[in-house]
Design a protein around this ligand. Structure first.
Ligand code: NAP
Length: 268
């Protein structure tokens, strides 16, 4: 069965790579491409915008108008646009793969509510390697987390709009949950001035934004005599696109519910 894919944010960095990756993947076909109403890409062919040759799919500005043409919508847009996109898919009964990050709690609630009617994979990082790291972090936190100083350092390209990255926050959540802590209370975002000695129960976040770094995350568990580091480095955005397409194939045909990449990869 061929899964028909709609891409929201089709002219964005990720949208274009997903179009390219879909063309290289058997069993999927891009049948709809959406951008916002002021996008200069409107009316253009999605394949040509992605630099992969003509696809025969024009970029439009309305999910509702093309909802009959796709099975799953992959959304890599912006936190401010996402709630509206989710509501439209819910109304049209369309399953979603959401890669958009930087969501506020109210925006996440809209995803939770929609998952009562449609099936959604929501993951701040679709890379298979990162999702393996989430599992490794759970293991490390369980073995040495309680007696370690835990720091999460992430680096991304200069255009990234949100900080710290959704992936680093998810890493923090995995560790906090394993240790029975509340990340909202124990997270420290950057340090400056006279900070005093470190509280062992905190989880530190450091952010780097520079050049064209695709995405790097390191979690450090440091004790008195040794240090364990779990690192992931993405060298191409294609890794996220491949994961998103795998998620779309997995979610197609499911009825409802909220899932993440751990579900898609069978890591739960
Ligand atoms: N989960 C993952 O694995 C993963 C991996 C990489 C990136 N991301 C996240 O995915 C999102 C997109 O990243 P990106 O690097 O592709 O950013 P980007 O290049 O800015 O692409 C986003 C695209 O969506 C468009 N857009 C904004 N609002 C829209 C709407 N309402 N309907 C349709 N299109 C809309 C933007 O248009 P304008 O530029 O004209 O505003 C832009 O073309 C970010 O939140 C990023 O952090 C997640």
């Amino acid at each position: 069965m061929t899964v028909r894919i709609g891409i929201c944010g089709a002219a964005g960095r990720m949208g274009k790579i997903i179009i390219e990756a879909c063309r290289e993947t058997r069993g999927v076909k891009v049948t709809a491409a959406i951008e916002h109403k002021d996008s200069p890409a409107l009316g253009q062919d999605a394949g040509e915008v992605a630099g992969t040759g003509r696809l025969g799919v024009p970029i439009v500005d309305d999910i509702a108008g093309v909802s009959g043409t796709f099975d799953v919508l992959i959304d890599f847009t912006a936190a401010s646009s996402l709630p509206d996109n989710v509501k439209k898919c819910r109304k049209a009964g369309k399953n979603m793969v959401i890669g958009t990050t930087g969501l506020a709690p109210e925006q996440k609630k809209i995803i939770n509510a929609a998952a009562r009617d449609v099936a959604i994979v929501f993951a701040p990082n679709m890379s298979i390697g990162v999702n393996l790291c989430f599992k490794l972090l759970e293991l490390a936190a369980g073995v040495i987390g309680a007696e370690s100083d835990i720091e999460i350092i992430e680096a991304h390209h200069r255009e990234k709009k949100d900080a710290p990255s959704g992936t680093s926050l998810r890493m923090g959540e995995v560790i906090a949950q394993t240790l029975g802590r509340d990340l909202r209370k124990c997270a420290i975002y950057g340090r400056r001035g006279v900070t005093g000695a470190r509280d062992r129960k905190t989880i530190g976040f450091e952010t780097i934004r520079a050049g064209d770094i695709v995405g790097e995350h390191t979690v450090m568990f440091a004790t008195g005599g040794e240090r364990v580091e779990i690192s992931h480095k993405a060298s191409s955005r294609k890794t996220f696109a491949t994961g998103a397409i795998r998620a779309a194939q997995w979610i197609a045909g499911r009825r409802k519910g909220l899932y993440d990449m751990q579900d898609v990869l069978g890591l739960k």
